[in-house]
Design a binder for this molecule. Structure first.
Ligand code: FAD
Length: 474
């Protein structure tokens, strides 16, 4: 499909339907929407539109569908797979103005929100009513709830509480031809027809634009404890993960940080909180939560005993709220710190939990074999390891031509281990070339057919998810 770039007539149409100042064609606005947090990729859109209502989204999409103009929805632009990049130019639909929490229903434990509410703002708003919305990507201070729905995001708490899909009850969406629909009902159980809600969750802005979100909430836990355990062998830290579960515990978070992840993050933040003697190879950050502080202390003691047979250093139990927050703040800043150190390709590998030590070993051996460095961290309680391959001094040709073959090797191993390409960051633009590793032609054809039903002309977020090029993809 060849798309048209918006012309002066399209511009005046958009100026008529949007409020003043919401049709942007200046360099500053276009460059702001040209990148997200994926590597150093940059694709300029022709135009940025900032709708303020679902009606406006509908009018925009109807027009773009008729005129064959590509539309890329954009949340906060914190994505790590290039989902919000306008790879074929056209229009970026900047959802940032639709940022109101519409209702917190304390009787039914639900919140209805527009898509551009920052995840942490939503969490704090429901917290004030004693309620809890657990999914907490490490980017929760900047990413939007709509982006989280589009990516089916996770985060540390996914381990005990599940990911975004486990909380989405109902969505208002605008389809590529402009129709507005609700996908389901605001109920906790629903066996009524196909599950359109869950089809939209994780569809990365390729099927519809999300304009309202109804989420279920739960009571907020009243107590938690955090402990950091240093390991002298990184593989042991991965092996310890499964032992904790086998001992009968489900922590509320279980995060892995390789030594270099913490070295870079402490340097980036100026922190010296965590001692990093030469013989420490990795850490596990473990959190338990609930309502009974004594029980939580017992759980943590049992977890510490259970991992004590590995070669570990002295565990650090956060004594104060401040210490706990500083530990978590370091963990949340790892991705940012690694990116500040070097351009990187981030592979969001996920395997069955017991396969983590094998995965880590493979990553490091692959790096030695091909001459690249990686920094690994992630939500290992879910088997989700973020493998960050550093650009460093790698040549242009290695980075662009040879490294994708190494990454293919990595994902082939992930697939052999029973895992898949992405635990939470999505496929977007950068991972689509690996889809054939985990899906056969019949599976991919089914997905394409779904896309065709929603968007026969393919105007919505083209160039994403599917391995083949769409239009003149760069
Ligand atoms: C430092 C850092 C840490 C991170 N940690 C985590 C983590 O722990 N867990 C995790 O899961 N992710 C994490 N991420 C990734 C990222 O924050 C998430 O994918 C997040 O959900 C993206 O939200 P966003 O608003 O920035 O979306 P964007 O990046 O703007 O867009 C992401 C996708 O959603 C689509 N989209 C956005 N809004 C809409 C809408 N209203 N309707 C339809 N489609 C839409 C876009 O087209 C795109 O495909 C991290 C990122 C960074 C930079």
């Amino acid at each position: 499909m060849q798309f048209k770039q918006p012309d002066p007539e399209d511009l005046s149409y958009f100026q008529n339907i949007l409020n003043p100042g919401r049709v942007l064609s200046d360099d500053e606005a276009r460059s702001r929407c040209a990148s997200d947090q994926t590597e150093d990729l940059c694709f300029l859109p022709a135009l940025v539109l900032q709708p303020e209502s679902a009606e406006q989204v509908s009018l925009i999409l109807k027009h773009c569908y008729e005129q064959n103009i590509a539309v890329t929805p954009r949340g906060a632009g914190t994505g790590l797979s290039g989902g919000a990049l306008p790879v074929l130019g056209g229009i970026v639909l900047d959802m940032g103005r639709m940022n109101r929490i519409l209702e917190i229903d304390t009787e039914n434990f639900q919140v209805t929100t527009e898509p551009a509410v920052i995840t942490q703002v939503l969490q704090e708003a429901v917290r004030e009513k004693g309620l809890y919305y657990p999914p907490d990507p490490a980017s929760k201070g900047s990413c939007f709830i709509g982006g989280n729905v589009a990516e089916n995001s996770g985060g540390p708490k996914a381990l005990k509480y599940g990911v975004v899909k486990d909380y989405v009850l109902n969505l208002e969406v605008v389809l590529p031809q402009g129709e507005r629909i609700w996908t389901g009902a605001n109920v906790l159980k629903n066996s009524t027809g196909y599950n359109l809600t869950q089809l939209i969750v994780g569809s990365e802005g390729t099927l519809a634009v999300v304009t309202k979100i109804v989420l279920r909430l739960i009571p907020h836990p009243t107590a938690d404890l955090t402990m950091l355990v240093p390991f002298r062998r990184a593989e042991d830290a991965c092996a310890a993960v499964n032992e904790i579960f086998l001992a009968g515990h489900t922590p509320s978070a279980l995060e892995f940080m390789e030594r270099d992840a913490l070295v870079l993050t402490q340097a980036y933040t100026g922190s010296t909180l965590i001692p990093l003697p030469d013989d420490v190879a990795a850490h596990l950050l473990i959190e338990v939560d609930g309502h009974d502080p004594e029980q939580l202390m017992q759980d943590m003691e049992q977890i510490a005993e259970r991992v004590a047979h590995f070669d570990i250093g002295e565990p650090l139990l956060a004594e104060t709220k401040d210490e706990k927050e500083r530990l978590w703040s370091l963990r949340r800043k790892v991705g940012e710190a690694v990116r500040a150190h070097s351009v990187k390709k981030e592979e969001d590998t996920v395997v069955p939990r017991a396969k983590l030590p094998a995965l880590l070993r493979f990553v490091k051996d692959l790096g030695k074999k091909h001459g690249f460095e990686s920094v690994c961290f992630g939500h290992v309680g879910d088997g989700n390891l973020h493998v960050n391959i550093l650009r460093g001094n790698l040549s242009e040709s290695f980075w662009n031509d040879e490294l994708p073959l190494c990454i293919r090797e990595l994902f082939e191993e992930v697939q052999r281990l029973g895992g898949t390409l992405s635990g939470e960051h999505g496929i977007g633009y950068v991972q689509r070339r690996y889809m054939d590793i985990v899906f056969n032609p019949a599976q991919l054809q089914l997905m394409r057919a779904i896309k065709d039903v929603f968007d026969p002309k393919g105007i919505l977020n083209p160039g994403k998810i599917f391995p083949e090029a769409s239009g003149n993809l760069p």
